[in-house]
Ligand binder design. Sequence first.
Ligand code: FEO
Ligand code: CA
Ligand code: CA
Ligand code: CA
Length: 601
Amino acid sequence: APAQARPPRGLQYETVAPNLDDAIRVPVDYASNVVIRWGDPMFPDAPEFDFENQTAAAQARQFGYNNDFCGILPIDGPGRRYVMFSNHEYTLEPLMFRGYDEDAPTPEQIRIGMAAHGGGVVEVTRDLRSGELRYDRDGKLNRRITADTEMVLDGPAAGAEVLRTKADPTGRSVKGMIGNCAGGTTPWGTFLSGEENFDGYFASGPATDERAKRYGISEGSSERRWETVDPRWDLAQEPNEANRFGYIVEIDPHDPRSKPVKHTALGRFKHEGATVALTRDGRPVVYMGDDERFDYVYKFVSDKRMRRGHSRAAREHNATLLSSGTLYVATFTGDSPAAEITGTGALPRDGRFDGSGQWKPLASTTKSYVDGMSVADVFVFTRLAADKVGATKMDRPEDVEPNPRTGKVYIACTNNSDRGKAGAKAGPDEANPRNANQHGHVIELTETRDDPAATTFAWNILLVCGNPDDPSTYFGGFDKSQVSPITSPDNVAFDPYGNLWVSTDSTQALEINDGLYGVVLEGPQRGSTRLFASVPVGSECCGPVVTENFVLVSVQHPGDVDDASPEKPASHWPDGGAAQPRPAVAAIRHLKDGRPAKIGV
Ligand code: FEO
Ligand code: CA
Ligand code: CA
Ligand code: CA
């Protein structure tokens, strides 16, 4: 066989072999270490983790469960000290507690669960000699955010009737964030965090309310029974409480006392993440996915310009950037005849799944573009507004993220087992070309004139994922014998050279552990997927951060396989031995002659 061409700068590592190991696997000459784990004390006076004797008070001072998104901002210039933010998306009580009874959790178990949700801000130090990253228990910026933390509701829907409750007659103040999945790091130095699967936390959903149903809110008890300790989770008692969840939350990590802000201007849906590009005149554009089968891709265009610098005036101004602007939803139109899109993944005659698209406005701060819906309706019941304008039904859009080097936007459509099924909401289309799409695909979107605020775009599919032996897959046209198998793309990141990185959440759909892949975008190897790291048994790989000197991966729900329990753990990562599995953030570094070296070069 001909020698393989050298991958581009940033992706020059020996790919990891797909595996089912209970470990993080990294390339030759790379190493990993745990930055922070579930239960690690985040304050000098916080208790040490004790799996057998957990309390809600301790959990509220310790790193939470199921870290998903991970973002960093440098504190002391590049290289040594960072502030890191992690989402704590959800809890897995059957793995957290011995003998957990899902029909009758104890009040303390429920309160521990509430305290394990939300997010965490910690200071992280990089040891310049070893290259390891560790969190600092004494960091002045350290902070826990839970399901009870006071937050602000702002933007066009703030104060609306549908956001008011007994505890908050103003409709402008809410406790807690839940289901926070992915997120983003803004150019003005804050973190964004997406409330995703909030529906399952509410009891007594109304039987006949189409708006509640469109968000999946159901009758009966909630999954975790939070309503038994706090009636605000019971919609029979607080009918509007669920309308106060499902937003993008902005967190200022530089002020641990600041109130996180839920931005209604970015719409309400099952937000995966939120990532920012700037227009040439400095206005933020935020790209977002609604992770549900047959849901939509959105963007928000601010009507204000970012101010540079970190003066108090600049920070106060930038805190309002996501409070007013216009929210759009995407339609994708293929350029090949519909008859050539067969649902098998077979390419149409022009050889590409590609076409054009439109961003359709839903509402701005002062104007609704949707018949029969007010401005507040659009921002609170965004899914129904997008239904009305005929948005394109996608295969679970997760991360939607612009490449800072090129401005091209990458959309991870993770999978959609229902595409094309009898009675399903949609069959195949050129942007979602595979029926029963088990392994997902990645779309590349180019805004007209490379303007993030444009209302039209071009698009093509970069990857149709799966095992390269599977004829329905496509790797940018690259030689499939040279790629790593990949399934269920979830999170997206970019390295400093502009390469794409994709992490996966597959429930072992290819009978391999999830991982993080470098993906070539430019040149003859475009579409080459290169497995860089795999994560332990039962876990998904989230929150990648790829820098010149290290990579962070968020290892979510290690040991989460059928029938696992504390009596029968399926993983012992990261502590080893007989230990219970603990979700954690891990750092990966490159070593040459024992000294830290650049990633991928
Ligand atoms: Fe929480 Fe869309 O993954
Ligand atoms: Ca085409
Ligand atoms: Ca996700
Ligand atoms: Ca996920």
